[in-house]
Design a protein around this ligand. Structure first.
Ligand SMILES: Nc1ncnc2c1ncn2[C@@H]1O[C@H](COP(=O)(O)OP(=O)(O)OP(=O)(O)O)[C@@H](O)[C@H]1O
Ligand SMILES: [Mg+2]
Length: 338
C-alpha cells in the first residue's frame, strides 16, 4: 500500500505521518499544488489532504484536485461525499434537506426582492450567516426588519468581507476580559482592523446571496459530535457571555455526562446517509430534540485530545485514549484491503 500526503503543519497530516511511521507504511509527502500532481500520484493507493478554509490556495483548488483523483481510482481523504459541502453552509442546507436530516430551518435567497419580501413577513430574531468561516466569526443575530434589510442591501450590493475585522477585535478583547487572551492578543486584534491578513485579502467578497436560520433559543451551549467510521466522540461548547454563540468561545466541557446521547445517535444515523468518512456535527437543542446547525469534515485536532473516551455504533461508551486521525487512516486502509 502506498500513501501520499499533502502536509500542512498543525493539521491532521502531522498525525497521519506519525501513523505511517508507526505502522511502517510506505508514504510520500507531496505538494498538491504541483501542476503535474495527477501524474505524480500514479501508482498510489491513498491521497490525503486536510485542506483548510482559511488557506486561500486550499479553498481555491483542494476540492478539484481531490475529486479528480477520486476518478482515477485513488482513495482520497476527504472524498467527495465527505468534503463537497465543506465550509459551505448553503450546500449543507440542501444536502441535509435532501436526506431529510433535522436541520435548523434555513433560508437562502439569490434575489434581493424575494429576500426583502421574506424579511417583511417573518418573526424576529433570526440568525444571519455567511456560507463560510469558523469560530462563529460570520454568524450574527438579526433582531429586526431594519437589521435584516441592512444585511440584504449589503449582500446584494458591495458584499461582505469574509474576515470581519471589528468582530475579530471585539472577540479578542472579550477573551482578554475573561482571561482567555493576553493583552498582546488584544493589540494584535486592534492591528488587524488596519492590517488585513493575507488570506482575507485574497478571498473575494461574499455577495449575491443571503442566508438565514431560525434562531433556536435557550441553548447555553452547542454539542459537537464527530463521527469517524463506527466511532463517535463529542464535546460541549459553552456560549460566550452575553452572546448566543458557542463555537470559538474556548469554553469546552469534556464530561461525557454533559453530552445528550440523542445527539450521538442522530449523528450516526445522518452520517450513514451522507456516507462521509469523517463528519463533525454541531447541534443545538429545541425542546430537548437535537437540530443540526452545520457540518464539517475538518476540526482542530488539539481541542479533542482531552476527550475521555468515545462511543461505538451501539452507543456503548469506551473510556480510553484515542487518535481520530489514526482512525481515519485505519478506515482507509481497510478499504484498500477489501
Ligand atoms: N440557528 C441557531 N440558533 C441558535 N444558535 C445558533 C444557531 N446557529 C448557530 N448558533 C450558535 O452560534 C455558533 C456558531 O455558529 P456556526 O456553527 O454556524 O458557525 P461557525 O463559525 O461555522 O462555527 P464552527 O467554528 O463550529 O465552524 C454555534 O456554535 C451555536 O452556538
Ligand atoms: Mg459550528
Amino acid at each position: 500500500m502506498k500513501v501520499a500526503i499533502h502536509h500542512n503543519p498543525h493539521s491532521f497530516s502531522d498525525r497521519w505521518i506519525k501513523y505511517c511511521e508507526k505502522e511502517k507504511i510506505e508514504y510520500r509527502l507531496v505538494n498538491a499544488f504541483d501542476s503535474n500532481i495527477v501524474e505524480q500520484l500514479k501508482g498510489y493507493d491513498i491521497f490525503m489532504w486536510h485542506h483548510h478554509h482559511a488557506q486561500y490556495k486550499d479553498v481555491l483548488t483542494a476540492k478539484r484536485i481531490l475529486f479528480a483523483l477520486e476518478h482515477a481510482g485513488i482513495k482520497v481523504f476527504p472524498d467527495f461525499k465527505t468534503g463537497w459541502h465543506f465550509d459551505d453552509k448553503v450546500a449543507q442546507k440542501y444536502l441535509l434537506e435532501a436526506i431529510e436530516a433535522p436541520l435548523v430551518p434555513s433560508y437562502v435567497f439569490y434575489d434581493k426582492k424575494q429576500a426583502l419580501n421574506w424579511a417583511k413577513q417573518i418573526k424576529y430574531p433570526k440568525v444571519f450567516k455567511l456560507k463560510g468561516g469558523a469560530g462563529a466569526s460570520n454568524v450574527k443575530l438579526v433582531r429586526s426588519y431594519s437589521q435584516a434589510t441592512a444585511l440584504i442591501n449589503t449582500a446584494f450590493g458591495r458584499g461582505f468581507a469574509q474576515f470581519d475585522r471589528l468582530g475579530y477585535f471585539k472577540e479578542r478583547f472579550n477573551k482578554f476580559k475573561s482571561g482567555k487572551d493576553t493583552f498582546i492578543g488584544v493589540l494584535k486584534g486592534f492591528a488587524r482592523i488596519f492590517i488585513i491578513p493575507k488570506f482575507a485579502k485574497q478571498l473575494p467578497a461574499e455577495r449575491g446571496y443571503i442566508y438565514f436560520q431560525e434562531f433556536i433559543p435557550n441553548n447555553d451551549s452547542d454539542i459537537r459530535v464527530i463521527i469517524i467510521g463506527d466511532k463517535a466522540f463529542a464535546i460541549k461548547r459553552m456560549i460566550r457571555e452575553n452572546d448566543f454563540r458557542a463555537s470559538g468561545s474556548g469554553n469546552i466541557v469534556y464530561d461525557k455526562n454533559e453530552i445528550n446521547e440523542s445527539c450521538i445517535q442522530l449523528a450516526f444515523e445522518v452520517n450513514n446517509k451522507i456516507k462521509s468518512l469523517c463528519t463533525a456535527f454541531d447541534f443545538v437543542l429545541y425542546n430537548g430534540r437535537p437540530l443540526i446547525v452545520e457540518i464539517s469534515y475538518g476540526f482542530t485536532s488539539l481541542a479533542y485530545d482531552l476527550c475521555p473516551g468515545y462511543w461505538d455504533e451501539n452507543l456503548i461508551w469506551h473510556e480510553d485514549e484515542f487518535n481520530p486521525q489514526f482512525w481515519i487512516m485505519e478506515n482507509l486502509r481497510k478499504e484498500i484491503v477489501k
